[in-house]
Ligand binder design. Structure first.
Ligand SMILES: [Zn+2]
Ligand SMILES: [Zn+2]
Length: 294
């Protein structure tokens, strides 16, 4: 099996470690390719995102590391772009001008809170905490969880139809704080319909759906993002996928990859679409890894 990970964060955004620390860990774990994809800038971001003025330095740093480690691993420079209609998407100049190797776009936000007394606008993050999720449902959606979840998927579809990235980040991250179905059940008809509608849109694009292991290995969820039942539907529609770690600590560059890959093969996936030699390629899952002689 060729192991690769295209979704990871460093201390340029909210990852815990330097790019070198992650790269060394990826080499030690036998990864063939590793993509660094720190959180991109947006107008409402805090410390967890790159600042617009830092993007140039970020790209230069990662590109220098590509050269330094070229004998040991294929490195790529990417960014996890937020989708905030009118404010941020993969086509904004700050993203386009940086010429990233590929882009990931994720929906982390589903609306805004009413301004504080100081007039500051606060964006609603759907995956920070259960408490934060509850606050958004109550204050922005009048307590209507279904309306919030449907809006999350509507935003995802709108992004895919208008400003598609190379990779859709953690497609159903909305379930992260839904342990024990606290907020909604994935078995409800309206939820399945939202997923079906979203898959209909994905199938019309060339976007790769990442199988993001983070919520699973952090014990928020019993499945990766997306859930296995959604992955079965994606397989039926021949949507390309690949494994990713959404890695924030060097120790997690490959966490849970073996077991999730085994489950993907059990479901019937025969390949994943990965970036090798600078192009996206469909590479068989389960094939023996190639050992380099250096
Ligand atoms: Zn994310
Ligand atoms: Zn991420």
């Amino acid at each position: 099996m060729i192991w690769t990970n295209y979704h990871s964060h460093t201390n340029f955004s909210d990852g815990k470690g330097t790019p070198e620390a992650f790269i060394e860990a990826a080499i030690a774990q036998g990864l063939r390719a590793y993509g660094i994809s720190d959180h991109g800038p947006h107008p409402f971001s805090g410390d967890a995102n790159l600042k617009e003025a830092e993007v140039k330095d970020y790209v230069k740093t990662i590109n220098d590391l590509k050269a330094r480690y070229s004998e040991q691993i294929e490195l790529y420079c990417s960014v996890e772009v937020d989708y905030i209609p009118d404010h941020m998407d993969v086509n904004k100049a700050v993203i386009k001008d940086a010429s990233f190797d590929y882009t990931i776009c994720s929906v982390h936000h589903a609306g805004f809170f009413a301004p504080n007394e100081d007039g500051k606008i606060k964006i609603f993050s759907i995956d920070n905490s259960a408490k934060g999720l509850m606050k958004g449902i109550e204050r922005i959606y009048g307590g209507d969880t279904r309306a919030m979840v449907e809006q999350y998927y509507a935003l995802t579809r709108q992004m895919l139809l208008t400003v598609p990235p190379d990779v859709l980040g953690h497609m159903d991250r909305i379930k992260k704080n839904n342990g024990n179905a606290t907020f909604f059940s994935e078995k409800e008809n309206w939820y399945r319909e939202a997923i079906e509608e979203t898959i209909d849109v994905i199938a019309k694009t060339n976007v790769i759906v990442e199988v993001n292991t983070k919520s699973y290995y952090k014990n928020y969820t019993t499945d990766p993002d997306p859930s296995y039942w959604i992955l079965e539907m994606l397989l039926d529609r021949k949507v390309p996928i690949h494994l990713s770690g959404d890695t924030h600590e060097p120790m997690h560059v490959k966490t849970a990859f073996e077991e999730v890959a085994a489950r993907l093969m059990q479901i019937g996936f025969k390949q994943q679409r990965i970036f090798l030699g600078g192009t996206w390629q469909d590479i068989p899952l389960g094939r023996r890894s190639i050992h380099f002689v250096i």
